[in-house]
Design a protein around this ligand. Structure first.
Ligand SMILES: C[S@@+](CC[C@H](N)C(=O)[O-])C[C@H]1O[C@@H](n2cnc3c(N)ncnc32)[C@H](O)[C@@H]1O
Ligand code: SF4
Length: 361
């Protein structure tokens, strides 16, 4: 992380804190999820994005939005996602545009069409982080999750292409959603991360179909995707054990422990969510949400109002106030997890004591 970027992050956290204390609209989001499209080249059984048909904004409109964002928040981290962002031919152009304005660009992809040419174009455009979804390595799991058997080999090609194109400048991570059908594959997925020398695996547990069908709090009961608690426990024990042994698990231990509670009871999380102040989700039709799971309506639409105004206007603040500290857990298990201050302090204390004892020794 560059010093400029870290300073901007600290500044936005400080503003969020001051905003909460004073009641003034000072908070600016620090995590930007841009849903470039809802179109997809897969039909995963656990996701509903591929079934949507929302408006998809033009390249020029997205560039204007990226400019607005940079002018508002300065150096920032943007995640281009979807649907499948690679179904848009202009993805490298948008990454290049955002990078040229100082943004650190990340993509989430299913890897299906990520061949050497596509990987090369993205890396040359300035891509910094590539997250490739890997939910299984066998053709049997592939058949169950996607209704086709070739996804694992395509994903492997994607990872190798990114490695070949990226040199040392690109961070490549796997994204693995934990569900009943793939818990037995987790050890192999971690082995693959080691074999290919990737940054690691970012796990997230299954949630009800992404933000579009709100089936109520009991969505998981009788749901074939929902793992048995005993299977989830065995799997989490393995992930935690591998993490402690230096395995390539990206999630912090604290978040992995939260997974246990969530998988036993997904209706309540002991850690409150930060999305209300920290996250901005821009949908492919220009509608803006604070949380990707859409517990409340949109804050507005960027085609009708400038982003900064949209985020701070009274109606949007009321919506954000309504979800502040949400304990539904879904987003905390996912992209809106933030390491607790106590855990961070504990880590720094350990580093400090370690350094001191080495000096004394
Ligand atoms: C919505 S996809 C979009 C990007 C791209 N199409 C992909 O699959 O990586 C982003 C991530 O969400 C995960 N995901 C989809 N549906 C989910 C669900 N119901 N619960 C938890 N994660 C889910 C996918 O596995 C993927 O890692
Ligand atoms: S998880 Fe990704 S690849 Fe699968 S249907 Fe949803 S958007 Fe498409």
């Amino acid at each position: 992380m560059s010093l400029r970027f870290a300073t901007a992050q600290c500044w936005s956290w400080l503003q969020a804190g001051l905003g909460r204390l004073s009641g003034l609209p000072l908070a600016r989001p620090s995590r930007f999820t841009l849903v470039l499209t809802d179109r997809c080249n897969l039909q995963c059984m656990f996701c509903s994005m591929w079934n949507r048909r929302w408006e998809n904004m033009s390249t020029d409109l997205w560039k204007r939005i990226l400019d607005e964002l940079v002018d508002w928040v300065g150096p920032m981290h943007v995640v281009f996602t979807g649907g499948e962002p690679l179904v848009r031919d202009d993805l490298p152009e948008l990454v290049r545009h955002a990078s040229s304005r100082g943004a650190c660009c990340e993509i989430n992809s299913n890897g299906i069409s990520l061949d050497e040419r596509a990987a090369g174009a993205l890396v040359q455009s300035g891509l910094r982080v590539a997250n490739v979804s890997v939910l299984g390595l066998t053709s049997e799991t592939s058949e169950r999750l996607y209704g086709r058997r070739d996804v694992p080999e395509r994903v492997r090609r994607a990872l190798l292409s990114l490695k070949a194109a990226g040199g040392h400048g690109l961070r490549i991570q796997m994204l693995t959603t934990l569900l009943a059908q793939n818990l037995h594959e987790v050890g192999g997925i971690l082995d693959l991360a080691e074999e290919l020398n990737l940054e690691g695996v970012q796990f997230q547990p299954i949630y009800q179909h992404f933000g579009d069908n709100h089936e109520g709090v009991a969505w998981f009961q009788g749901n074939p995707l929902w793992p048995r608690v005993s299977d989830a426990t065995v799997c989490l024990d393995l992930i935690i054990e591998r993490k402690k042994r230096g395995g390539r698990v990206v999630n912090p231990l604290e978040q992995l422990e939260l997974f246990r509670g969530y998988l036993a009871d997904p209706t309540h999380c002991r850690k409150p969510c930060v999305a209300a102040d920290a996250s901005l989700v821009l949908e492919c039709d220009g509608s803006v949400y604070a949380c990707v799971f859409k517990p409340a309506g949109p804050l507005g639409n960027v085609q009708q109002m400038a982003l900064r105004k949209l985020w701070t206007q009274p109606a949007a603040r009321r919506i954000r106030d309504g979800i502040r500290g949400c304990r539904a857990g879904c987003a905390v298990m996912n992209m809106n997890y933030r390491t607790s201050l106590s855990v961070k302090l504990g880590k720094y204390m350990r580093i400090y004591h370690g350094a001191n004892s080495r000096t004394r020794g």
